[in-house]
Design a protein around this ligand. Sequence first.
Ligand code: UTP
Length: 408
Amino acid sequence: MTLSQAKQKLEKYGQEHVLKYFDELNEQEKEALLTQIETTDMSILESCKHREELAQKGVITPLAAMQLTEIEENRELFTATGLEAIKAGKVGAVLLAGGMGTRLGSDNPKGMYNVGLTRELYIFECLVNNMLDVVRQAGAWFHLFIMTSDKNHESTVHFLEEHNFFGYKAEYVHFFIQEMAAATDYDGKIYLEEKGKLSTSPNGNGGWFISMKNAGLLELVQKEGIEWLNVFAVDNVLQRIADPCFVGATIQKNCAVGAKVVRKNAPDEKVGVMCLEDGRPSIVEYYELTEEMMNAKDANGDPAYYFGVILNYLFRVQDLFEILENNLPLHIVEKKIPYLNQDGELVKPETPNGFKFENLVLDMIHQMKSCLPFEVVREKEFAPIKNKTGVDSVESARELLKKNGVTL
Ligand code: UTP
């Protein structure tokens, strides 16, 4: 893109200020900035001025979950079905590790965090250990796709290679980098993080399938005959990945997606809950739950909106191809964004100072025809690490790991 084309684009979106230091840049930096201006989607930035409208939901009704008793009654059948699919190479896993982990406050990628006390035990290692259980049970490896972002790709790859993927077979590990989005102040003006660089932030975890496509990995998925992708977050150290029983239940129920869920520990717990929205599967966020919904009962007299998602979904690949071209809703989130001040000095703010723009994987559920919410025992499968201390923290995860017999 030439300078005059860049000026035209910036003028259209009211972002001319990002060229403030252009004349001070060397040729290489100039070119890099022009490329960044060319590739940045600026059409989304205006929407921060009407954030409330973006959050509109349809009509919410309950969606029954498959609960523990039903799972126990069918465990053998489900597990056999799941194992057969894994052995046949029809199941792959996708680790979402492109997030910034700002709440944890570590400079390294979250997966590099050491949760061990008397020995080293990294978050990535916990996840691989859980996968290796399934590899042993199935007697077969399954492909693992790892999503990183520009901000943490190199360190993630280097760390995992250095540790020989904690015993996972290297040929079955594939990295891909997610897209970035510009980060702005409260008026939607893009911040600069360097004189020749727009501030950016990973564009949320909802773009993972498109990013896999952009990385050419969907060809591998098709070539290998992978029919199911188990997408999971980096920070839940107890979660089961490619869990044969869960895979089998989703196949047996012929659903387009399965979602692992836990019973909420209080009606107002801060987790998104499974529901139907205008008759299609969906997730209603905790802050969208009305008092009435919190107290609503289903036909059995149980709480109607009581199963929280834990970011562990099993998507049927064929259905993902069908929604590939669909847009996902935009989420505009307040964030602490490092920026250059008036004097061109880098400031790392202590409190939020603007917006990041994200698509979320949970919105993909609403684009699926059918969903199986699959209950898991919270104490055995849900130990997210979001913070250093308190709720969903390193501390709480350590306690749960110990309870599950993991030596720390
Ligand atoms: P979170 O919503 O917890 O975000 O991500 P985060 O960035 O890790 O942490 P905070 O909010 O800054 O403290 C849930 C999962 O989605 C992934 C994360 O890596 C985590 O596994 N994620 C999030 C991405 O892969 N890309 C993103 O852009 C955002």
